[in-house]
Structures are given as C-alpha cells and as structure tokens.
Design a protein around this ligand. Structure first.
Ligand SMILES: C[S@@+](CC[C@H](N)C(=O)[O-])C[C@H]1O[C@@H](n2cnc3c(N)ncnc32)[C@H](O)[C@@H]1O
Length: 264
C-alpha cells in the first residue's frame, strides 16, 4: 500500500476547506509581524536557540505559515517541504504577498534527495506531521541528511500517550470518561479515517481515506538515534495542540511535547 500517495490525495482535497477556514489572509498577519502561527512554547524554544541569520527548513509545512513566521523571527533562508501541490503553491503565494523569500518544495519527505544535503541549521516539525510516516527511520534519515553537522531539530508534536485516547468523533469515545484508555499504545496497523482534516475551519466532510500511524516514544527515540540525531531536550506538556483533546487540557495528562535534537 502506498500510504504517501493516498494521503496526498486526501490532503489535496482538504485545501479548499482550509482556505475557507481562514478568517483573515495569513499573508496580512505575516506582513503585520504577527508571530502567532507558531505555538507559544515553539516560539520560545526557537527564540532560545536563536534564528538570526540561520537557514531553516520545515518538514510537512502545509501552507508555510509557520516557516514564514521563522523568517519574521530572523532566519535568513527558508525551505518548506510538503507532499501537496496545492498547499505548497499557496505557501509560495503567501511568501510573495508577505514580501518574504522562501522556497517550497512539493515532495514526499521520503523522496528528499541529496541535493539538499547539509543545507540547514535547523529543521522544524510541528503538530500533525510524524503520524503520516510508517517508517520513522526513513523520515529522520531525511532530517539528518538536510541538517549541517551540529544543526538543530525541533519537534512539537502530539504526545504518544494520546495513542490510547479516543477522539470525540471516534467509536469508543465516552463523553462521561473522555480520559479513558481505549486503544493500544502500541497499535501497529494504520488508522484509516474519512472525516477529513479541516483543522482550520473545523468542518467535517467525507474525505478520501487518510492513513496515519501511532508511534511510541521508544520508536521515535530509536529512529532518531538510528539516523545520527541526538536528543538534547524533552519537555512534556499537559495541554492539547491538536484540537482533538482540548477538553483534557490542564488535567495532568501528557498531551503534547517538545523535543530538541542535534545532528551529531
Ligand atoms: C497537520 S499538517 C501540517 C502541520 C503543521 N503543523 C501545520 O499545521 O501547518 C500535515 C501536513 O503533512 C503533509 N504530509 C502528509 N504526508 C506527507 C508526506 N509523506 N510527505 C510530505 N508531506 C506530507 C500534508 O500535506 C500536510 O500539509
């Protein structure tokens, strides 16, 4: 099964819905210097690392609003990689309208080639990216490829603990006990969903199937190490960044995390 190809079709289908979901053109917000497309803790982490003059990349960049925000924070060069033609075309439009210089490449992350080797000081991966990759070794090997020696990796993702929770739209969700463990932490077969991915407008629609994967922290750490990436820091947060479990935020459950890595 070619999961990337199937997911690409479903993501292309989401594009017009995301466009309708934005209340204001993201280019205008970027022009005004609004940095809120990045989560507060991600922005704080990037500020601490320091972006001034750096070459940065984002894997699974969607319409590029987060990557373009990194340019507003001082990065000097930026490349976004995403499998879709539609979102990367929109990312180019946003860059143009916000007077920012960035390149956007429509490619499966697995297919990023050697011409990008050793180009970046920092790679960013944010919420809703890792889940599309059944083979994390292949995913992190691409990050190790594009980073310069000593370059940084920042991941802000949904916590693997949430592998076990049902979303309100899923069978097994109990509104009386939204925190109960429903699924195996170690689920191996893919999730197959047809409710769409409109996390911008919040609408639900019947979509082409989306295939995603649960990953444990052990799987993530092992794949990082296999790819020559060292874990430098890990923070866990009790708040949701996925729009799937806002009702559990602040109740002591690990819902998201920030991982800092380095190419050794
Ligand atoms: C949840 S979104 C992006 C995350 C980012 N936090 C954002 O909201 O802009 C996930 C993105 O991953 C992209 N994607 C999915 N599978 C991919 C693959 N195999 N290679 C590259 N991009 C992929 C999708 O096209 C989509 O834009």
């Amino acid at each position: 099964m070619d999961y990337s190809r199937a997911n690409k079709e479903a993501w292309e289908q989401a594009f017009p819905r995301h466009q309708q979901g934005y209340k204001e053109d993201p280019a205008l917000l970027l022009q005004r210097g609004d940095l809120s497309f990045l989560e507060d803790d991600t922005r704080a982490t990037l500020t601490q690392i320091g972006l001034q003059g750096k070459a940065v990349a984002q894997f699974c960049c969607n319409n590029g609003r987060e990557l373009l925000t990194m340019l507003k924070m001082g990065a000097s060069k930026a490349t976004g990689f995403d499998i879709t033609e539609s979102f990367t075309a929109e990312a180019r439009r946003l860059a143009r309208d916000a007077h920012l210089d960035a390149e956007f490449i429509a490619t499966d992350i697995y297919d990023i080639d050697d011409s990008y080797a050793d180009r970046y000081d920092l790679v960013l991966v944010t919420i809703g990216a890792l889940c599309w990759f059944a083979d994390l070794d292949r995913f992190f090997a691409r990050i190790a490829l594009v980073l310069r020696a000593g370059g940084s990796l920042v991941i802000n993702e949904q916590h693997p603990y949430t592998n076990m929770l049902a979303m309100p739209s899923e069978d097994g969700f109990d509104a009386e006990r939204p925190d109960q463990v429903v699924f195996s932490y170690f689920k191996k077969d893919p999730w197959i969903e047809t409710n769409g991915v409109d996390y911008i407008g919040g609408t639900s629609y019947t979509s082409k199937p989306l295939y995603s994967f649960s990953q444990s922290f052990a799987a993530i750490f092992t794949a990082l190490r296999n790819s020559g990436l060292a874990v430098e820091s890990l923070q866990e947060f009790d708040y949701d960044i996925s729009a799937a479990w806002p009702h559990l935020s602040g109740r002591g459950f690990p819902l998201s995390y920030m991982l800092g890595g380095e190419k050794t």
